[in-house]
Design a protein around this ligand. Structure first.
Ligand code: PMP
Length: 362
């Protein structure tokens, strides 16, 4: 087999090699059925067992709290930006949004198209280099829910503590850090994530929510946009993205093999630590974009002294076999996305490349 690339793509992103190999081994003939998983009915027992296994594995990784349900939806996290207010933001209520950067703002924009939304907290004044302090959130009585983005993929910032919002449901877009470390699911009414970073390939969006939130949707909402449709039909109302869900199940098995979320967190801290240390010890040659206390373990954003030097870095890194290091155009600079499946060796190689690049361009 050809050498695997040092893949730092932001999403779709690296998948565990073992998962790809397992999928390859059963690609043409899934468990003696004479067909691949994507060729069989989603109403049959074989597919359904994969579907249910993936749901229960996910909940188990979060400690199996009672009263939560896993949904597999389509349309990406972006569709959730719309479905959340469509389902939960009723007349006379207002939704609180925490502004942390690019993705949080996209979610807020959608809510405003549907109803009333307010900014519950913001780190705009800090240039979105850190997350706001949510320990003193003040929520008006008619708050429908509070929405936050646990990890800003573009800015490279992350929350490490979540607020207690009492009876107001807390909803999180966890697209870029779900399953990267343990957290208390019971703090949240709902969390959701597009799969294409830590969960599997693109095509499926995972929603985990308290059942009481999923049971009722506004009367006039079209069927497919209603959480209660997917809840009552166990995410089998229409054809689910069966191959993506199968892959999610394989990724979940792999996470179990890494020691679950505690094991994965240890690995992620080691990986991110190595990269941030290289930035911090570069005597200003590299500078981190995010403030240290808000630094993401998944998306490491940094800059060099000039845009020309950044361009040179991208070009030379590509020639050396590193993929996906160019930062998002809205922030500029460089970004290394180091999701669960990016191996430690890839980061060690990147750190070596950064040191060499510094030596020859200092
Ligand atoms: N939220 C976050 C934090 C993201 O990183 C992304 C994708 N990069 C999205 C939402 C949008 O996800 P999708 O492309 O699945 O709609």
């Amino acid at each position: 087999m050809n050498k695997r690339a040092y893949n730092f793509n932001a999403g779709p992103a690296a998948l565990p090699l073992e998962v790809l190999q397992r999928a390859q081994a059963e690609f043409v003939d899934y468990k003696g059925t004479g067909m691949s998983i994507m060729e069989m009915s989603h109403r049959g027992a074989v597919y359904e067992s994969v579907h249910h296994e993936a749901q229960s594995r996910l909940l188990k990784l979060f400690g199996s709290p009672s009263g939560y349900k896993v949904l597999f939806l389509q349309g990406g996290a972006t569709t959730q930006f719309a479905m959340i207010p469509l389902n939960f933001l009723s007349e006379g209520k207002s939704a609180g949004y925490v502004r942390t950067g690019s993705w949080a703002d996209k979610a807020l924009k959608e809510a405003k198209l549907v109803g009333e939304a307010f900014v519950a907290a913001s780190s705009e004044s800090a240039g979105f280099r850190q997350v706001p302090d949510l320990s003193k959130l003040e929520l008006p009585e008619q708050t429908a829910y509070v929405h936050l983005t646990s990890n800003e993929t573009i800015e490279g910032t992350s929350f490490f503590e979540y607020p207690d919002t009492g009876s107001v449901p807390l909803i999180a877009d966890m697209s870029s850090d779900i399953l990267s470390r343990p957290f208390d699911l019971e703090t949240f009414g709902m969390v959701y994530a597009g799969a294409q970073k830590n969960l599997g390939p693109s095509g499926v969006t995972v929603v985990i929510a308290r059942e009481e939130l999923l049971e009722q949707s506004p009367k006039h909402l079209p069927t497919i946009f209603r959480y209660d449709t997917h809840y009552k039909n166990d995410s089998l109302y229409n054809t689910p993205p069966s191959f993506s869900i199968y892959m999610v199940n394989e990724v979940l098995k792999w996470i179990e093999e890494q020691g679950g979320l505690t094991g994965i967190e240890q690995l992620n801290r080691k990986k991110a630590g190595l990269l941030y240390e290289a930035i911090d010890q570069s005597e200003g040659f590299y500078s981190g974009f995010a403030q240290p206390d808000s630094r993401s373990l998944m998306n490491v954003t940094f800059r060099l002294g000039s845009e020309d030097l950044e361009k040179k870095f991208v070009k030379e890194s590509e020639a050396a076999g590193f993929v996906g290091l160019k930062g998002h155009r809205s922030v500029g600079g460089l970004r290394a996305s180091i999701y669960n499946a990016v191996p430690f060796e890839a980061i060690a190689a990147l750190v070596q490349f950064m040191e060499d690049f510094k030596s020859s361009n200092h």
